[in-house]
Design a protein around this ligand. Sequence first.
Ligand code: NAP
Length: 535
Amino acid sequence: MRGGRVWDVIVVGAGFAGVYSVYKLRRMGFSVQAFEAGGDVGGTWYWNRYPGCRCDIESIYYSYQFDDDLQQEWEWTERYASQPEIQSYISHVADRFDLRRDIRFNTRVTAARFEEASGDAPSHWTVTTDDGKTCKARFCVMASGVLSTPSLPDIPGRNTFAGKSYHTGRWPHEEVDFTGLKVAVIGTGSSGIQSIPLIAEQAEHVTVFQRTPNYAVPAGNRPLDPHELSEVKSRYGEIRAASKKGFTALPFKPAGRSALAVSDREREEVYEQWWRDHGLAFQGAFADLLFDAEANRTAADFVRRKIRELVDDEKLAELLTPDFALGCRRMCVDTDYYPTYNRENVTLVDIRREPIESIVPGGIRVGGTLHAVDAIVFATGYDAITGALLAMDPSGRNGLSLREKWAQGPRAYLGLATHGFPNLFMVNGPGSPSVLINMVTGIEQHVDWIADCMVHIRDRGLSAIEAMAQSEDEWAVHNDEVAQKSIRGDCASWYTGANIPGKPGGFLPYVGGFPAYVKRCEQVVEEGYAGFALT
Ligand code: NAP
C-alpha cells in the first residue's frame, strides 16, 4: 500500500484502557501505535489534579489484575488512592512493561476515517492527529475515555472574567495556591464535593454555586495497614474472582434482603454501619434500593437526616438535601463535605431557581447580586461516554459520520462496536457497563474481548468485523428495558446526557450488571460472533 506503514492497531488514548490495550495487543503479536493528548499515561487521572482528587473505589480493587507480579509488588498506601498515587501506579505499569515506546504523547487524534480495500490494499483506518500527520492501521481501538471531555457551561460573559479560572478536569500541573483569595466553585458533583472542603481550608472565602444537591456518603479513607495489604495480596486471586461475580465488578456479596423486610430499628442499624464503612457501596445496603422506590426512600431519608445532623444551619441543610431517589444520579463520596458548610468562610448560592446570570470581570452575578471572586473553579463535569468519540467524529463505510449516525442517540452493540464502522472498537462505549462498575476490571474484560476478536480475525485470514444494525438495535432495546427496571433511569443526569445541552436522551451505560454483560459477550463469541458480520 502506498503512503507508509500500516500498523495492525491504532489505540486512541493512554489512560487505563489505552495502556492495557497497548500491553495486551502487543502480547498477542500485533503492532500497535497509540496516541495520547496528554503528556503522559493516566487519562482522566493525568488531567484531574484538583485538590482532593481521589478515587472512590478502593485502591486494592481499582487496579489491574492481568499480571500477578504487578499486583503483588505495588504497595497502595491508602484505602482510596489519591490522584498522585494513581498517576504513579499507571506510570509504573507503563515503565514495567515498556509501553511508552508505542505511545505518542502530546498528540491528539482529531479525525479517523475508514478506507475500503482497493486493489491489493486491504481496508484500513486512517487517523489524523493535531500535528497534521496521519497514521494507518487495520484496526482502531477507541480508548478515549468516558469522562475525558470536560464540559464548560456557556455562561454569558465567561471569557470576560479577570481572575484565573480552572476546570477540575483540566487542572494545571503546577500547584494552584488559593491562599488569600475569594474562590467560586460552580458545581456540586463528585469533583466539587471532593475539592470544596480543601479549597475552603486554603482560600479566604469560598462561594459554592449549587444547581442540584447530591447525596454524599463518607469515604472513610485511611492509611492502609501493611498487614491488611499483605492479607489481601495473599488471596488476591480469590478476591479478583469474587469481584468478577459482583454486579459492579467488586467483591461484595449482594445484600439478600429488602429494606422493607426488616424492622425500622434494624434498618437504621444497617444504614449506620454502611454509612460508616462502605462508601459508595452504601446504595447496596439492601437488595432493592436501586429497584424499589419505597425501599430507596428509606435510604434517601437516612442520608437526608445525616445532612441535617452535619450542617448546623437548618436552611443551609435544606438546600443541601437532594429530593430525588438515592443513586439515581451518581452518588458522591466525601471527606468533610457537609461540615465544610459550617465554616464561616463558605457560602452556598442556590442557583436552581435563579441560574447564574453572567460572569463579569469581578465575579459572578446571580439575581442582580454580584458575588465578587478572584478565581473560579468549574466543577461542571463532562460530555460523558460519547463526548470524546464524537469530538473525533470518525467516518465509517461510505463516509458515514458517527455524529450523524448517533444524532438521535448512540447505538453500539455491547458498547463495543457500531454498524457502519468495521474494525473499530470502543472500550467502555455506550451500552457497556463502564461507569456503573469498577472501571479497571471492566476495561480488562473489554480489551481482552477485543484482542481475542482480532486474533480470531487474523488466524482465520478474515479481513473485517462489523456490528450488524439489527444486533445493536436489539441491544439498545434491551439496555432501555433494564434501565426502566432500575431507579437509575428515573433522573436526568450525565448518565442520560441531560447535562449537555442538545445531547440526545437515553440511558448511556448498561445497567444489567457486570456478570450478565460478560455472559452475553462470551455467548456472542461461542456462537461465532453472533450479531457481527465477519468478512
Ligand atoms: P458532574 O457530576 O456532572 O457534576 C457537575 C456539576 O456541575 C453538577 O453539580 C452540575 O449541576 C453543575 N453544573 C453543570 N453545568 C452548570 C451550569 N451551567 N450552571 C451551574 N451548575 C452547573 O461532574 P463531576 O463532579 O466532575 O463528576 C463526574 C463524574 O466523574 C462523577 O459522577 C464520577 O463518576 C466521576 N468522578 C469520580 C470521582 C471519584 O472517583 N471520586 C471524582 C470526580 C469525578 P446539575 O447537577 O444541576 O447539572
